[in-house]
Each structure stands twice: as structure tokens, then as C-alpha cells.
Design a protein around this ligand. Structure first.
Ligand SMILES: Nc1nc2c(ncn2[C@@H]2O[C@H](COP(=O)(O)OP(=O)(O)OP(=O)(O)O)[C@@H](O)[C@H]2O)c(=O)[nH]1
Ligand SMILES: [Mg+2]
Length: 305
């Protein structure tokens, strides 16, 4: 039950992780929740959707919202949809968690800062990848400069990779959230269903395999997913389509003799089995939908509005 009147000093709300691409928002979400909910790659513009991850503490429920990295320069409808998704999560948040990579302030960070100012939403800053900052003491003047740039409620350095300072971040956010009944069931970890998470796992494995422009032209859709009994035990049969936006990308995704697609299938399958807790059979097809990333109808079909 999520509508029970809670203890009067229960706090709950949406904390949106916003920032430019590649600063570590999704890695942070996963580390906070303790489960891989959102895909991570070394490449910018990995996240395309709004993904909620839930953290419960006594008297507190934080609904973290992972968002696509806010970026400039992308001309396609997909880029606009990603920026819209992030911007709307920002304005809807109870608290904005502005994620900035330690010691790296860019024009894109400045543009995100401006959006936060314009939103008038309360904000804290998280300085991510603290483990990479050299020397570590240089984080102090960096944090000082951030403090001068906006009246953040708090500035918290973290390393999601090393699980450093995450509990401090949870308690800082807890202080800033409003009194509210619990928003989600306590056993929930995310608002996303397995079907969505499977498409994302496949897209992650593909992105890790591919170079340069190709990942930006890729989308994954599940055409069919059925439970069947095979040799006395249950398994899921999953038929997924990998959409590419140009004919020329098809052989790149498939690889010589189908080797790349095979690798993507087997690494994806391992992770899907761990997610579903049962065996699965995964079939991948590569299909061309010319310029899907500019096609409003295709974006809608893929849940990218
Ligand atoms: N060393 C180190 N690397 C990190 C840390 N957090 C994230 N990374 C790396 O930074 C890269 C980008 O991480 P993501 O979590 O995908 O970044 P993001 O902000 O979600 O990126 P978009 O979804 O593209 O906006 C990946 O290679 C991560 O492994 C950290 O705390 N320490
Ligand atoms: Mg991300």
C-alpha cells in the first residue's frame, strides 16, 4: 500500500540526477540503489529514458530519477527528445541533484546550471568520480568555486565506483525532501519493467562493442517475449530487433560471420538470466529503419518522446 498515512515525519520525494552526458549519473543511480537499473558505457549520451531507482531508509524514501545527459549540438529528433526528457525531470523534481565531474567544468555544465537557475528548483551539487581527481585536495577549490556559482543547499563529493560518501549523499538529500507519504511500495526497486530493462541490456552490450557513430543509430525493441516449458523447466523466449538507421550499419552490427552479434547475444543473455532468475533463449535480428532517430513515429514506438 502506498496511500497509507505515514508517520508524520516521513519524508519522500523525487531527486532528479541531472547533468551533461558522461558525468556518471547512471553509475551513481546504480550504486545508490545497489542494483544495475540503468545502463553504463564510456560513451556520452548512453541514457535515453527517465529511470526511477528507489532508496528506502527509516522515515525516508528517495525516488532517484536518472535522466539523459543534457547536451548541445545534437540535431536529430532523438537528441531533442532526450533533452526534453531530462529537462522535464528537472522541473518536476522535489530536489535537483546536479552531477558534475570532479575538476571538469565545461560549457555543457554551464548550460545545465542555467537550466537549474531558470527552474527555480532547490538543488544540491554532487561532484562525481572523486577517485579520479588528482591531486585529491584540488577538489576543495573546485567545490569552493561551485559554491560561488549557485546557492546549492549542499555540495557532496562522491565516488560511485568506489562507493565513497554515498550514505552521506542519501542523508543530505533526506534533509532536503518534503514531508510526504511513501510514494512507492517499499519492495520496489524501479518503475521499469523487465521488458524495458532487457532492451537496455542489449543496447549496452551493443554500444560496448561498437565504435564511433553506430551506437547513436541503434535502438532495441522486443517483438515477442513468451514463457515456455522446455525439458521440464520454464524459460523465456525473447525475440528482439536491433534497429539501425542506415543499411550500411547492418554488417557492422552483425560482424564478420555473425561474430559480433553472437557475442552481444551471449553477454546480454547472461545478464538477462540474472535479471529474470531463469533460463532464457534470446534471438536477435538486425533491421533497418531509415533515419528512425528523426522519425517521430519511430521514437514514440520506442518510448522516446
Ligand atoms: N573512475 C570512475 N569512473 C566512473 C565513476 N562513475 C562513472 N564512471 C565512468 O564514467 C563513464 C560514464 O558513466 P555513466 O554512468 O554512463 O555516465 P552518465 O552521466 O549516466 O552518462 P549519460 O547517460 O551518457 O548521460 C563510465 O565509463 C563509468 O564507468 C566513478 O565514480 N569513478
Ligand atoms: Mg546515463
Amino acid at each position: 500500500m502506498t496511500d497509507e498515512t505515514p508517520h508524520p515525519d516521513f519524508k519522500a520525494g523525487f531527486a532528479a540526477l541531472v547533468g551533461r552526458p558522461n558525468v556518471g549519473k547512471s553509475t551513481l543511480l546504480n550504486a545508490l540503489v545497489g542494483e544495475k537499473l540503468s545502463i553504463v558505457t564510456p560513451r556520452p549520451q548512453t541514457t535515453r529514458h527517465r529511470i526511477v531507482g528507489l532508496v528506502n531508509r527509516p522515515g525516508l524514501q528517495i525516488a532517484f530519477v536518472d535522466t539523459p545527459g543534457l547536451h548541445a549540438g545534437g540535431k536529430r529528433a532523438l537528441n531533442r527528445a532526450m533533452n526534453r526528457t531530462a529537462a522535464s525531470a528537472l522541473v518536476d523534481a522535489d530536489l535537483v541533484v546536479f552531477v558534475i565531474e570532479g575538476l571538469r567544468w565545461t560549457e555543457e555544465d554551464e548550460a545545465v546550471m542555467q537550466r537549474i537557475r531558470d527552474s527555480g528548483r532547490p538543488a544540491i551539487a554532487v561532484v562525481s568520480k572523486a577517485d579520479l581527481a588528482r591531486p585529491r585536495e584540488s577538489l576543495l577549490p573546485f567545490i569552493q568555486q561551485l559554491a560561488e556559482c549557485h546557492p546549492f543547499r549542499a555540495i557532496v563529493p562522491v565516488s560511485a565506483a568506489r562507493q565513497e560518501n554515498l550514505e552521506e549523499l542519501v542523508s543530505v538529500i533526506g534533509r532536503e525532501l518534503p514531508q510526504s507519504p511513501q510514494l512507492f511500495d517499499e519492495s520496489d526497486r524501479t518503475d521499469r519493467d523487465p521488458r524495458f530493462r532487457i532492451t537496455e541490456i542489449i543496447r549496452e552490450k551493443l554500444t560496448l562493442e561498437l565504435n564511433q557513430e553506430v551506437p547513436y543509430g541503434i535502438a532495441v525493441e522486443i517483438e515477442r517475449m513468451e514463457r515456455e516449458v522446455d525439458q521440464g523447466s520454464k524459460r523465456d523466449v525473447i525475440h528482439a530487433v536491433i534497429w539501425v538507421d542506415r543499411e550500411g550499419q547492418k554488417p557492422i552490427v552483425i560482424g564478420a560471420g555473425g561474430a559480433r552479434l553472437k557475442r552481444v547475444g551471449s553477454t546480454s543473455r547472461r545478464e538477462i538470466i540474472a535479471l529474470l532468475g531463469r533460463r532464457c533463449h534470446l534471438e536477435l535480428w538486425v533491421k533497418v529503419r531509415e533515419n528512425w532517430a528523426d522519425n517521430a513515429q519511430a521514437l514514440r514506438t520506442l518510448g522516446l518522446e
